[in-house]
Ligand binder design. Structure first.
Ligand code: NAD
Length: 367
């Protein structure tokens, strides 16, 4: 049953990890290591059952393969989940036990933060393994990825403006930004630096007010954001906000934002295309976070990170070209770009087997 599932999804390896003493039940899924070691975050969630946890880790790890490939990283896709409640079940022993399992893979999988995990948890993982990113800056970590993600999103936006309107004059257009959280606020700052007109919403009224008072945005209600007359709709909150109910209301010409999984379904992606709206694929646009942590692998450097974010402009532009070349919607073209890169590099390389993994030269362990 499990072999059938993972063979259908193309996974290389699934590792079930348990430590009764530490209360650890975790699954590490390595989807594809053709491009390099599998990098992807660790999620802690109170899954209802094991099947739900397995489905989640399989889906997320596969997504990381595509994301890392399109980002141009020499990294494959993986992900890990711990079954547990982040509010109640965290302990030093739990994360150190997890770290030991990660270490046992000898670099085939590199972990990072995801939902339910913070930098302090990573500190415990780091005591047991070097194959971890997103550690505190005092250990050579990269810190909060949000400003990088926002800057990367701006690069994706400029590629979309250029393709749709033939210019990259960010300030000339109007924006409906959904979500004024970590990334959303940084993104709005970048838009406002160029004097763009920005409508903003958030379920957190204080965040919206801050954007009005400090950044000069216009506030709209959480439900009204879909009706705003703006050139660009920028989802920076939750996934699935482009759906059957919202799409007919959208007046934008471009969808470009940082949120993950913006399209509720593939059919919606097809419909976006039919309506002549240019969709800048989410995982290509929001790759700034993963690019940033990836640089920890051989010694983090902020300047390199900013240079790397710029590549998002070219990646998104390439996706639009593939969509045009093959007559397919952009969300499909992103997957195709990933597959083409994996195939091309796969022909010149064998899968990574651990001992040819990363070296983490830039970090001092356990300090
Ligand atoms: P965040 O939690 O700081 O911000 C999300 C904001 O959305 C919050 O202010 C929240 O109140 C708001 N929100 C939630 N539901 C809403 C709704 N229905 N309508 C309006 N606002 C709503 O998260 P973040 O780190 O800014 O990430 C935002 C999105 O970008 C997420 O989808 C995340 O997965 C994705 N992303 C983030 C990064 C990163 O570097 N932080 C990287 C890649 C992708």
């Amino acid at each position: 049953m499990i072999f059938e599932t993972i063979s259908n999804s193309g996974h290389e390896q699934i590792v079930f990890c348990q430590s009764r003493d530490a209360g650890l039940k975790a699954i590490i899924a390595i989807h594809n290591t053709v491009l390099g070691p599998a990098l992807g975050g660790l999620r802690m969630w109170p899954y209802k059952n094991e099947a739900e946890a397995l489905n989640d880790v399989l889906r997320l790890s596969r997504g990381m393969t595509f994301k890392n490939a399109v980002a141009g990283l020499n990294l494959g896709g993986g992900k890990a989940v711990i079954i547990g409640d982040p509010a109640k079940d965290k302990s030093e022993a739990l994360f150190r036990a997890f770290g030991r399992f990660v270490n046992s893979l000898n670099g085939r999988y590199i972990t990072a933060e995801d939902v339910g995990i913070d930098v302090n948890d990573m500190e415990y993982v780091f005591r047991e393994t070097e194959f971890v990113t997103g550690v505190h800056q005092v250990h050579g970590g990269s810190g909060d990825p949000s400003p990088f993600t926002a800057y990367g999103t701006l690069q994706g936006l400029m590629a979309a403006l250029s393709y749709k309107f033939g210019n990259e004059d960010v300030g000339k257009y109007t924006y409906a930004v959904q979500g004024a959280g970590h990334v959303g606020t940084e993104f709005i700052k970048l838009l406002r630096e160029q004097n763009a007109k920005v409508f903003v919403t958030d379920i957190n009224k204080e965040s919206v007010q801050r954007c009005v008072d400090e950044l000069g945005c216009e506030a709209v209600g959480p439900e009204e954001i879909y009706d705003v007359n703006a050139d660009v709709y920028s989802p920076c909150a939750l996934g699935g906000t482009v759906n059957e109910q919202t799409l007919p209301r959208l007046k934008c010409k471009i969808i470009c934002g940082a949120a993950n999984n913006q399209l509720a379904t593939d059919e919606i992606g097809d419909e976006v295309e039919k309506r002549g709206i240019l969709y800048a694929p989410d995982y290509a646009v929001n790759a700034g976070g993963v690019m940033n942590v990836s640089l920890e692998i051989d010694g983090y450097n902020r300047e390199r990170a900013m240079r790397m974010m710029r590549t998002i402009y070219y990646n998104v532009g390439r996706i639009f070209q593939i969509a045009e070349r093959d007559g397919i919607p952009t969300y499909k073209a992103a997957d195709r770009m990933a597959e083409e890169r994996i195939n091309a590099i796969g022909k010149i390389k064998l899968p990574t087997m651990g001992n040819d993994g990363p070296r983490f030269l830039g970090r001092m362990r356990g300090q």
